[in-house]
Ligand binder design. Structure first.
Ligand code: GLC
Length: 708
């Protein structure tokens, strides 16, 4: 439809019909609900009104959605089709590593491929929109949803966010095989106080703008046509009714002109937050904040029309919001082709060989070898005992794998049988050591202890106050350690766990995150050395929960402690643990050693519109080919406000053959140096800068330059 035709359609709609387009219901209003992703709400709808609303949450499957859409086309007075939206955030049927695992790949291009493959399956199943990328930076592993983001770094999160949008949307959101992205949760949901989900967010504006917003902005700039408002507050105003955040920042500063949808029930929760007097007040405030779709609350549905009859301002805002929803439907091509997908496409793409291989590769490249004192890779003729319930659990795909089929998930124990049928592996899939298990461990060349948390222990609302390895797994490890110290600790988790005891006693530690449907095959390929680990820490592993929130990109404070060797009185440090992470951002081992040359800069002074090229050579000194995430960090030595000790500003992940040397270059421009100065202007200030290029945030491979 043309813009004019959309305007004509709008003019033919009644006020009530316009408001109905601004509603999202879950499938419960259509009989066989498949998925409820929030608390129950009991509110009444008029007869058949569910067929007149604009969008549906959480339903999928070609036949199912085709039937639903036929209902909308028949019963909506202007035959306006519905948009089908759901949370497909790391795969639809074929499940890939959770986003935090993808973050550990340090490979946004891989994530683009995963998003592209996800879109093929979701689109085949009739979906139009996915509630992804989740762009919430998180530095607190107590928050169960850190699993849904890509970690603690603003620059890296932005790269992953734009990669996901590009992968989902491909050559156009109206095309079969693509789905529209929805950027969430706007904004700074990952800064939940004390890591407890849904709690408030207390950030200064500079931290919000510099650390939390870049990933949302990157996704908006990449063309995502929807943004979801977060549950939390910013400046003590809930995001869904926060005009400064939703209009001034999102629409004016970021230039977003698409559809804003609330999170599940978030509009009516502003009443519970106590900043809306009642649902009528909440509806008016959300509308004034530019919120276009009220997901799973009845504020718009039941409390907007009456007050809008008395207010030209509200009627104008309703027209604007309804038109944005119609424009989205038009961009999705729904007026011409309301039904997406087909049975044939579902059969073609679900678990297809290409997606299965992608699932294996993604798991290989997102697992992190945190420690290895020579135990790995294991020889294929090794006698191996595997212990722990997680070894045969299918709960290793991560939450939000809502359309996964658990009988398709390949467990760790099954994966070795299908990939290495001749391997000598005994599996004792329980968490309590017994005589038989320990006898097997004792006679083995190596023991793999599967520890961590099943995937229902992380995700939405799954906050924990202590991220230590659970007592049961510590006891299991100790029992095995008592009979055989050749232990690989294999971690499944949706967050960085505090594992100082494993770090001390394990011969090797491999963190698999939640590797997905076929990912365990890739984990065994790493263990047996048919693949070279290349994952890196996307979110700091603390020694203890007490260090959280934490990040490598910290500030010096007025009393810094460099290389702490025991407690330093009257300085910024803990009495019981180091200030640093057990495993810091960017850390990870390979079976190869990569040697870096010194950093060479093309110039030692950068002018306002110039650039400096920073170059290193990287040599694979090992006997195995491998990939190396080469990281560029920059420090602004002095600023009109305090500046972090270092910030990631560049990343490349070259494949380097054994013995080969490659050259890696980064361009440094003033764009990379900007921050919000004392007057909140986004500027780069002249002065000294340090630059490092290396294999983790610990790199000391340093050079210096000046900004004139
Ligand atoms: C949930 C989540 C959000 C999800 C939405 C729809 O409450 O917060 O991430 O997209 O509801 O399922």
């Amino acid at each position: 439809m043309t813009e004019l035709q959309l305007q004509e359609l709008l003019s033919e709609m009644s006020l009530g019909e316009k408001i109905e387009q601004m509603i999202q219901f879950h499938g419960g209003f259509y009989g066989d609900v498949k998925l409820i992703t929030g608390p129950g709400h009991d509110y009444s709808v008029k007869p058949d009104q569910q067929w007149r609303i604009g969008t549906v949450l959480g339903e999928a499957g070609y036949e199912h959605l085709k039937k639903l859409q036929e209902g909308f086309m028949e019963k909506q007075p202007h035959h306006i089709p519905a948009i089908f939206m759901s949370d497909v955030i790391h795969g639809y049927r074929t499940i890939y590593p959770v986003p935090l695992g993808q973050g550990a790949s340090f490979d946004p291009e891989l994530t683009r491929e995963l998003a592209e493959a996800t879109a093929k399956e979701a689109s085949a199943a009739g979906l139009h929109v996915t509630f992804s990328p989740m762009c919430d930076l998180s530095r607190d592993a107590r928050w169960g949803r850190c699993m849904e983001g890509t970690g603690e770094d603003p620059w890296l999160n932005a790269r992953f966010a734009e990669a996901m949008v590009s992968g989902y949307q491909g050559d156009g959101i109206d095309k079969q095989g693509n789905i529209a992205a929805c950027v969430k949760h706007f904004a700074a949901y990952g800064a939940a106080t004390a890591g407890r989900d849904y709690s408030g967010v207390e950030l200064c504006e500079r931290t919000l703008l510099e650390d939390y917003l870049p990933s949302y902005e990157a996704a908006v700039k990449a063309g995502a046509p929807l943004v979801m408002s977060a549950f939390n507050t910013i400046n003590r105003i809930p995001c869904s009714t926060n005009q400064w955040l939703m209009r001034k920042i999102l629409r004016e500063r970021m230039g977003f002109d698409g559809v804003v949808i609330s999170d599940y029930g978030a509009v009516q929760e502003t009443v519970v937050h106590t900043s809306s007097y009642d649902k009528k007040d909440a509806a008016a405030k959300a509308l004034r904040a530019g919120l276009d779709i009220d997901m799973m609350s009845d504020c718009y549905l039941s409390y907007l029309e009456e007050q809008a009859k008395e207010s030209e301002e509200l009627r104008r805002l309703i027209d604007e919001s309804c038109l944005r929803v119609l424009e989205l439907k038009n961009r999705l091509g729904l007026f011409d082709d309301p039904v997406r997908g087909s049975k044939e496409l579902e059969e073609k793409y679900f678990y297809c060989d290409a997606h299965k291989e992608l699932s294996v590769r993604a798991a290989r490249e997102s697992a992190i070898l945190l420690k290895n004192e020579g135990l790995l890779p294991l020889a294929k003729e090794c006698r191996i005992t595997v212990v722990g319930k997680l070894a045969t659990s299918t709960k290793i795909v991560g939450s939000w794998a809502i359309f996964a089929e658990s009988d398709k998930t390949v467990t760790f124990g099954e994966a070795v049988k299908c990939r290495y049928p001749e391997a000598k592996v005994e599996v004792y899939p329980y968490d309590t050591a017994d005589e038989k298990m320990l006898a097997a461990c004792k006679r083995s060349d190596a023991v793999i202890v599967c520890m961590g948390e099943e995937d229902e222990k992380s995700g939405e609302s799954k906050s924990i106050s202590d991220v230590s390895l659970c007592r049961e797994h510590q006891m299991l490890f100790d029992a095995v350690y008592g009979v055989n110290e050749k232990i690989l600790s294999l971690i499944y988790a949706g967050r960085p766990l505090a594992i100082p005891m494993l770090a001390e006693k394990s011969e090797a530690i491999l963190d698999a995150w939640y590797p997905g449907t076929f990912g365990n095959i890739g984990i065994w390929e790493l263990i047996f050395g048919d693949a070279n680990p290349c994952g890196r820490v996307p979110m700091s592993f603390p020694y203890t929960t007490g260090q959280l929130p934490m990040s490598y990109s910290a500030f010096t404070t007025g009393r810094p402690v460099e290389d702490r060797n025991g407690f330093v009185p009257f300085a910024s440090n803990y009495m019981d643990v180091p200030n640093t992470a057990l495993y810091p951002f960017g850390w990870g081992l390979s079976y190869s050693t990569f040697e870096y040359s010194s950093v060479v800069l093309s110039h030692d002074t950068l002018t306002e519109d110039g650039k400096i090229t920073a170059t290193v050579t990287v040599t694979n000194k090992g006997t195995m080919d491998g990939k190396e995430p080469v990281q560029l960090y920059i420090r602004d030595v002095k600023g009109s406000v305090i500046r972090p000790c270092r910030e990631l500003k560049g990343l490349q992940k070259p494949f380097v053959k054994a013995g080969e040397t490659v050259t890696v270059s980064f361009d440094i421009t003033t764009e990379l140096l900007r921050f919000y100065n004392e007057d909140m202007e986004f500027v780069a200030e002249p002065g000294e800068f340090k630059v490092w290029i290396g294999g983790s945030s610990l790199t000391k491979n340093e050079a210096e330059f000046r900004l004139a």
